[in-house]
Design a protein around this ligand. Structure first.
Ligand code: HEM
Ligand code: HEM
Length: 430
């Protein structure tokens, strides 16, 4: 029954999340955005971007001209802010090397738009200056991409800031594999945009697109889906099966009195949870290596604690002392203490993992809280049941004890033990 409840929680909450993520990557832009830009420019395609609530539309003039008309829009919810769209001639869609158009909303409400070359110096904190200035300084560095007819507007109906431009691409760019990058930031010094926030959304704002395909197909992007798989597998493995195994170990012996079953079920649950968790952990490591431009340190640190110590718990099963061994009770204390500590760290880390998806965390949180609530409810039910069983046993044993002995001679030893000691004598594990 418990297993069915978990499986239905998982199916109800986690699988829709995965399918939503898969489809969200290819979403067309909203009707209102499409309408707005179609009134002003001749755009043939339009799509919602995966992060920062941004949308973009384009029209290509290939093969005659190497020109693309671009419209890019996003919200800026602070008094000062900037939005950027750019292309990267390198092998990967990434910030460094990007030639970008950046539109800035200044403190006085005016809008400024310019082109910028983003270099590794930008990442190190050097001021990002409009590329005319950069161009003058470095004599022709920016001679590759040409941006024309750049404008930035605000649309009050959509509360969107929108950049319009025509881009002329040199030969080095291949529009069937175009690396493009977008970004939103909330501080600027005049026409110099300053560092953007450091959430996953801000790091995930780059992809490779095939502009020759009718829907603007994304090329070689697996990371987004792997993150979903990583989150779901970890929630099921570490966050569901391992605590479920602990519940089985604690309550199946008493009050359920399934002596022959509890140990088999406990280790099956732990082996399944550990195998799934290990798969999720390996995917996490792969993700960490694939996204070498940033790390999520706290999440990684907890993960590095969880895996080896859970592995130790698993291997400990093979090495545990026999039932009659004098060290058995110390082994039990260690196994239970580490087990509970790991469950606590796992739960904390799952919430850290979910927080990486900020601000889209509601569905994840609701799903995992529902799973935790089901587990907690199961524990409460078993605790109450154990207590009732203990009271009944105690009530039954009293008249018998009275009949046997004189009232004055009743000893504490005749009292039945409490449910927490009677059923949970860990030293008696099979
Ligand atoms: C305004 C000055 C900027 C600064 C100081 C800056 C700085 C940084 C830093 C330090 C990181 C790495 C974060 C980490 O490892 O913790 C990063 C990542 C990133 N930034 Fe920026 N950035 C700026 C502007 C931009 C602009 C204009 C764009 C888009 C056109 C952009 C797009 C990205 C992307 C996509 C990433 C993810 C990693 C990568 O692709 O390299 N950034 N930025
Ligand atoms: C206890 C369970 C979990 C473990 C042991 C774990 C483990 C890891 C590891 C080892 C990494 C790589 C870190 C790095 O090298 O920078 C990682 C990254 C990550 N994890 Fe988890 N994780 C867990 C749960 C979750 C959950 C529940 C979610 C989301 C719902 C999540 C989301 C992420 C994300 C988004 C990344 C970053 C991926 C990237 O760099 O692109 N994790 N995790």
């Amino acid at each position: 029954m418990v297993a069915t409840t978990f499986l239905s929680s998982v199916i109800t909450f986690l699988l829709p999340l995965f399918f939503r993520s898969v489809t969200a990557r290819y979403a067309p832009c909203t009707q209102s955005f499409h309408q707005l830009i179609a009134d002003k420019v001749n755009i043939s395609n339009c799509k919602k971007l995966g992060t920062l609530g941004a949308q973009w539309g384009w029209k290509t003039y290939e093969p005659k001209e190497r020109r693309i008309d671009v419209v890019f829009g996003a919200k800026l919810h602070e008094n000062v802010g900037w939005l950027a769209w750019g292309i990267n001639p390198g092998k990967k869609p990434q910030m460094v090397g990007t030639r970008a158009i950046i539109g800035i909303k200044l403190l006085d409400g005016s809008l400024s738009i310019n082109t910028y070359n983003i270099t590794s110096d930008t990442k190190l904190g050097c001021a990002l200056k409009p590329s005319e200035e950069f161009h003058n300084m470095t004599m022709g560095y920016n001679a590759d991409v040409e941006f024309h007819n750049m404008t930035m507007r605000y649309n009050a109906d959509l509360d969107y800031y929108i950049i319009y431009a025509s881009v002329i691409l040199p030969r080095v760019y291949n529009i069937s594999k175009l690396n493009y990058v977008w970004q939103v930031g909330y501080s600027a010094l005049g026409t110099s945009p300053l560092m953007h926030p450091k959430t996953l959304q801000n790091f995930d704002s780059a992809e490779t697109i095939n502009l020759k395909s009718p829907v603007g197909q994304i090329v070689g992007e697996h990371r987004h889906h792997m993150r979903m798989v990583h989150g779901i597998v970890n929630i099921i493995g570490w966050g569901t099966f391992l605590p479920l195994g602990v519940i089985i170990a604690r309550y199946f012996k008493y009050p359920l009195e399934l002596e022959g079953w509890w140990y088999k079920l406990h280790i099956s649950c732990q082996i399944l949870g550990f195998s799934l968790g290990m798969t999720g952990w390996i995917i996490g490591l792969w993700l960490g290596c694939a996204s070498k431009y940033y790390t999520f340190k706290t999440h990684r640190l907890y993960a590095m604690f969880i895996f080896p110590f859970t592995a130790l718990q698993m291997f400990a099963l093979l090495l545990r002392p026999g039932k009659t061994d004098e060290y058995r009770k110390y082994w039990n204390i260690y196994h239970h203490f580490l087990g509970y500590a790991l469950i606590a760290v796992i739960i904390i880390n799952i919430f850290h993992g979910i927080a990486i998806f900020k601000p889209d965390t509601t569905a994840w949180k609701v799903s995992y809280i529902a799973i935790l609530a089901t587990l907690a409810l199961t524990v409460i039910i078993f605790e109450v049941y154990a207590w009732i069983k203990f009271r009944i046993k105690k009530a039954k044993s009293k008249p018998a004890a009275k009949a046997k002995s004189k009232p004055a001679a009743t000893s504490i030893a005749d009292e039945p033990s409490s449910p927490s000691t009677e059923g949970h004598d860990w030293a008696e594990e099979s």
